[in-house]
Design a protein around this ligand. Structure first.
Ligand SMILES: CC(C)(COP(=O)(O)OP(=O)(O)OC[C@H]1O[C@@H](n2cnc3c(N)ncnc32)[C@H](O)[C@@H]1OP(=O)(O)O)[C@@H](O)C(=O)NCCC(=O)NCCS
Length: 286
């Protein structure tokens, strides 16, 4: 027996976390997202946070959830589901239904290129393919590269730098740290920055360890323009992957949208498992 409940806010985030963890345990590489991805999206308040969206439960717990995430004026639609329990079509329909009162927004969905059913559903709902491609890659933790060091720079985390402003504030807003701390999978010892000897932050990377799935995810990664091409992303990456493995992660995952990032990750030993395509439905004209 599957029942449906409407959830909003952190309650919906936590239920979605469980759905994605169960989905990952059921299929080691299927689906687009880890629980940590949706927790990363929680880093700033969004127009979609308090929407009451359906979550499906079986006797064990949450098995599927509708997802809407506001990226400015474009809302991302997602079908989060443990395979073969709830019909993906029902979750998709409920997700679109929830946008009905919000006609001012364009909608987007990111689909694995081999996910024909979801692509078909999106196209039937008025979405069109774009040329925007991104990728997903995986690595076994015991294949991780050796930790790289760049002279004159040091890796720090949010425990050792608790007294400093969070390095992501400029891009993600004042609330980024308290919002991250609301997330069950956030770990301040995996929230890394690379600093110059004078304390200036050259880049940052946040790693997420999921004890339920034993997956370690990297999201986001950035090296500031003036510090690029000196090996600092590789230093952050190898350090973070090593920390994930030491915490017990067995498999490591990353997504990317640029050639630079792809080269960085594949060069470190990640193997690309999917090409993902963005589909868009423009906001209807009034
Ligand atoms: C991607 C990014 C993190 C790389 O940072 P970086 O410190 O310059 O990278 P590194 O110097 O450690 O380079 C490591 C490897 O990455 C690849 N790489 C990095 N920048 C590259 C570029 N502009 N073009 C092609 N390959 C690049 C190379 O393979 C490089 O190895 P090499 O220097 O031996 O050729 C940085 O460009 C960035 O922050 N970009 C904007 C944000 C972003 O795209 N983040 C990634 C999101 S998934």
């Amino acid at each position: 027996m599957v029942r449906r409940e409407l959830l909003r806010g952190l309650g919906r985030l936590n239920a979605t976390t469980t759905v994605l963890q169960r989905a990952r345990l059921a299929d080691p590489i299927g689906g687009m997202w880890e629980a940590a991805d949706v927790q990363w999206w929680w880093r700033r308040p969004r127009a979609t946070d308090e929407l009451a969206l359906p979550v499906w439960f079986d006797e064990v717990g949450p098995v599927a959830a509708a997802g809407l995430t506001a990226w400015g004026d474009t809302w991302q639609a997602d079908v989060f589901a443990v395979p073969s329990i709830v019909d993906e079509e029902d979750v998709w329909a409920a997700t679109l239904e929830a946008t009905a009162g919000h006609r001012g927004e364009a909608l987007q969905v990111l689909v694995c290129e081999d996910d024909a059913p979801l692509t078909d559903l999106a196209i039937q709902s008025g979405f069109a393919m774009t040329d925007e491609l991104s990728g997903t890659a995986w690595m076994d933790a015991d294949q991780r590269p050796t930790v790289a060091q760049v002279d004159g720079f040091a890796i720090v985390d949010r425990v050792t730098r608790a007294d400093r402003p969070h390095p992501m504030i400029a891009r993600n807003g004042e609330l980024v740290e308290p919002r991250l701390r609301q997330c069950s999978l956030y770990d301040p010892t995996l929230d890394l920055a690379v600093e110059e000897a004078d304390g200036r932050v050259a880049g940052y990377a946040l790693f997420w360890f999921d004890q339920t799935t034993l997956v370690g995810l990297l999201e986001p990664m950035r090296v500031e323009d003036e510090y690029q091409r000196r090996g600092l992303a590789r230093m952050l990456l190898t350090n973070g992957l090593d920390r994930l493995a030491r915490k017990g992660a067995r498999r490591l995952k990353v997504g990317f949208g640029t050639d630079a990032a792809r080269n960085l990750y594949l060069g470190a030993g990640f193997v690309q498992t999917s090409i993902d395509r963005l589909l868009i439905r423009p906001a209807p004209h009034e």
